[in-house]
Write a protein that binds this ligand. Structure first.
Ligand SMILES: [Cu+2]
Length: 188
């Protein structure tokens, strides 16, 4: 009914040279008219500025930790080496189902850089000490930031990345630095 009404409204009668010409414009569907909606994912971590910045450089970890929830770098790496990476390095939610054309907005609310990189299968990242035992780098993360696919999916602390144009089906994303940070989206 709605499309029929729009088509009718767009049917213009023009008089050219005394004759009548009917021009029917292509119907404008509701899908094309509606602005795309937004689905949000947050990246979280608890990096401890003192120990992370001592090892990785000034300003690497910008976490504000008013409630004292920072995790020192050695403790994080120990959790990885034990095969139980700290779960507070995380994408939330873990999974979403969205309509096609929905914009996936990933916001880094943590204190250090993350990537939100699409992978065929979850696996290791490009920082060997941050890979759980037995995991090696997946092809999509190989090369780190010298790989344009990784560099273009980096999200610095306090910034965001918008993912658009996902095809219908299931897509997997992971952080190429902290490879236990997983996200799955199903596009309907
Ligand atoms: Cu990360």
């Amino acid at each position: 009914m709605r499309i029929a009404a729009i088509s009718k409204a767009l049917a213009l009668m023009l008089s050219i040279g005394g004759g009548m010409t009917l021009i029917v414009l292509k119907p404008v569907t509701a899908e094309a008219q509606a602005p795309p909606s937004l689905a949000q994912v947050v990246a979280l971590d608890e990096c401890d500025p003192a120990t992370f910045n001592a090892a990785l450089g000034p300003g690497f970890c910008l976490n504000v930790t008013p409630f004292g929830s920072a995790v020192p770098l050695p403790a994080l790496l120990a959790s990885v080496a034990a095969g139980t990476p700290n779960p507070n390095w995380d994408f939330e939610p873990d999974s979403l189902t969205i309509q096609s054309r929905t914009i996936l907005e990933v916001v880094n609310q943590g204190g250090e850089p993350h990537t939100f990189t699409e992978v065929a299968q979850f696996g290791g990242g490009f920082v060997p000490p941050a890979n759980p035992p037995g995991e090696s780098v997946v092809p999509e993360c190989a090369g780190g930031f010298s790989n344009v696919k990784v560099a273009s999916t980096r999200i610095l602390a306090g910034s965001h990345l918008n993912i658009t144009g996902l095809s219908k089906g299931t897509h997997l994303f992971q952080c190429c630095i902290h490879p236990w940070m997983h996200f799955q989206v199903t596009v309907k």
